[in-house]
Ligand binder design. Structure first.
Ligand code: 13P
Length: 338
């Protein structure tokens, strides 16, 4: 398959991406919230349960894994990447080493992980990965993000993407403008514009073939502490407008992060965006919390109740699958809750 075909497989046909690549530190926070011990066995059980759900076949085009997970064997006798491929989804891997304090602007971060990346990519390919993820993080405040943070993160993202394509995998380019803060929606629009512009500048300099990439952006939304709330219609209009103006048309797929929105909000907003999508971009989800929050709660209630965990996950995957086609509705959520 060409990189373009892989990118489309991840995002097309009412499917999206399951971001199950929480680092051991991040999954520790998620497990703490449900009182589950953060040990390898529990991490494997939870993830294997999701990856073996019936919704995988119809609604999940790709799964992003963490280093530990891509090496694990399931109790079904096959490896995690084999389990994912069996359901028709593409296995992927997070390859960045996290957002680290940026020298010269220490309240901001630059994402690290380029050293030795070429060798690590070769190994991940052999383990079954066909796409990768690298996440850059930008904070909004009166003085942030700085030009330094925008430039250094874009440069790293582009060097990462070039190496990934060399290794015959699809890079997910994830520049995440955080929703923390009291800024309004227009500030988010402006910062996201600056960030996307710099990213595509650098991707061009590093000769990345955009047809073989997937963009994973934030939606254009007000800060979580902003007093002025926006309707899903306004979020959709501004998000699509920002993407149309700043993302080159060759990019085949755009898969949003949920970024701290609730499960319902992230489905509703994605749905509104797709209702008005008049571009050729395949617009879908690449959710972590937006897909897993309810399933995680069920896992916390009873780790052995696979049926309930999968029921919760299947529902969210289906709702987001519908949103990726603009066919989601609140009634469907209510029917499920009843
Ligand atoms: P959330 O959807 O929980 O924001 O996670 C997506 C992700 O992969 C962040 O890198």
């Amino acid at each position: 398959m060409t990189l373009n075909e892989i990118a489309k497989k991840m995002c097309a046909g009412g499917k999206g991406i399951l971001a199950a690549d929480e680092s051991t530190g991040t999954i520790a926070k998620r497990f703490k919230s449900i009182n589950v011990e953060n040990i390898e066995k529990n991490r494997l059980i939870f993830r294997q349960t999701l990856f073996n759900s019936s919704a995988m076949k119809d609604f999940i085009g790709g799964v992003i894994l963490f280093d530990e997970t891509i090496r694990q064997k399931t109790s079904l006798g096959i490896s995690i990447p084999e389990l994912i491929s069996k359901h028709g989804a593409v296995p992927g891997i997070k390859v960045d080493k996290g957002a680290k304090s940026l020298a010269g602007s220490s309240d901001e971060t630059v994402t690290e992980g380029l050293d030795g990346l070429r060798e690590r990519l070769r190994e991940y390919y052999d383990l079954g990965a066909r796409f990768t993820k690298w996440r850059a993080v930008y904070k909004i405040s009166n003085k942030f993000p700085s030009a330094q943070s925008i430039k250094s993160n874009a440069h790293a993202l582009a060097r990462y993407a070039a190496l990934v394509q060399e290794a015959k995998m699809v890079p997910i380019v994830e520049p995440e403008v955080l929703m923390d803060g009291s800024h309004n929606i227009d500030k988010c629009y402006q910062v996201t514009t600056d960030v996307l512009n710099e990213c595509y500048n650098e991707l061009e300099i590093h000769k990345v073939d955009l047809k073989g990439t997937v963009l994973k952006p934030n939606m254009i939304i007000p800060g979580s502490e902003c007093e002025i709330k926006s309707s899903a219609e306004e979020i959709a209009r501004k998000t699509l407008d920002c993407l149309k103006k700043n993302v080159p048309a060759e990019v085949p797929g755009i898969a949003f992060l949920s970024g701290g929105q609730s499960e319902i909000e992230s489905s509703k907003n994605l749905n509104e965006i797709n209702k008005i999508n008049d571009t050729n971009f395949l617009i879908t989800f690449s959710y972590g919390r937006g897909l897993q929050a309810s399933a995680l709660k069920e896992f916390g209630k009873n780790q052995e109740n696979i049926e309930n965990i999968q029921k919760a996950f299947n529902h969210r995957a289906k709702m987001n699958g519908l949103s990726s086609k603009g066919e989601w509705s609140e009634e469907l959520e209510k029917e499920f809750a009843a």
